[in-house]
Design a protein around this ligand. Sequence first.
Ligand SMILES: Nc1ncnc2c1ncn2[C@@H]1O[C@H](COP(=O)(O)OP(=O)(O)OP(=O)(O)O)[C@@H](O)[C@H]1O
Ligand SMILES: [Mg+2]
Length: 304
Amino acid sequence: MERVARHIVSVGGGKGGVGKSVVAANLAVAMAQEGHRVALVDGDLGAANLHTLFGLTQPGPTLQDFVDHHLDSLEAARVETGVRRLTLVRGANAVFGAANPTHGSKQRLLRHVAALDADVVVIDVGAGTAFNQLDLFDLADRRLVVLTPQLTSVENAYGFVKAAVFRTLAPVLKAHGFDDVLDGPARSEATKLPAFIAEVAACSPKLGAELGEALQGFGLSLFGNLMHEPREAQVFQGVSRMMRDFLSLEVPVLGAARSMRAVHESVNHRRPVLVTHPQDESSVVFRRVANALLAAGVVTRRAA
Ligand SMILES: Nc1ncnc2c1ncn2[C@@H]1O[C@H](COP(=O)(O)OP(=O)(O)OP(=O)(O)O)[C@@H](O)[C@H]1O
Ligand SMILES: [Mg+2]
């Protein structure tokens, strides 16, 4: 029997402290409140805090228990969040070596995240552009980059997306025997990806077409966060244009949230703002972005 429409949404952004966890948590709540069964995964391997955002103060199973083979299935690490239809796979906190799983462990983790029994899996991929973050980010059919209007965040968000694009293109290039192309000039700051792909396509039209296709399915969008005034939203539109011009990606800005007292307080009260202040401006943005993500997501059907 055909069952549910299933999406994987990943939330990344390169820079720490921009709101990835707050955004991932509230998008997951919004989706659960809309009636979807949601599995939220704390992929921040080493500095997890989604459990705190849901007030889970008692110890419980974590993703690390699965990585360490104390659990056979990631399903067994899902815990209730207090929000109906929403479960959480907690991350590991301050466990030595947690941030560096072996290749085999990571592949097993990726397989199990993708196989979680839920309508929507939401992954907080954590900060940084290491392969761990990129691979969790790339697992999704909808990828959301959280950034703030600050120059450092813009810089890191762009770098993060560029790294994710290269990670996506690398296997395509490798399959055609161009293993080392991405180590060359394509890596430089000044290279525009459209020009690079055109150059590759001139040598091999088939490869050029495959690279173009890989980017078309990239499913990337932006969430602007921590604005201090509404006109800062222009920064996010600028980043979107930059990603189109330099990376050949159409990247819509799905929403922009101001720095809101209700969000700040919700963190300290260990309840998502969508639960504590459902009518706050930020909650309205989170709901809108959650709906937009699901509306735009690639739907894959699976047998029950
Ligand atoms: N829209 C917002 N309004 C007010 N405060 C916010 C908003 N978004 C995030 N914050 C604040 O910023 C802090 C950092 O957010 P969060 O922990 O989600 O960032 P992060 O990107 O996940 O960081 P890390 O990379 O360290 O995991 C939160 O504690 C929260 O108080
Ligand atoms: Mg975080």
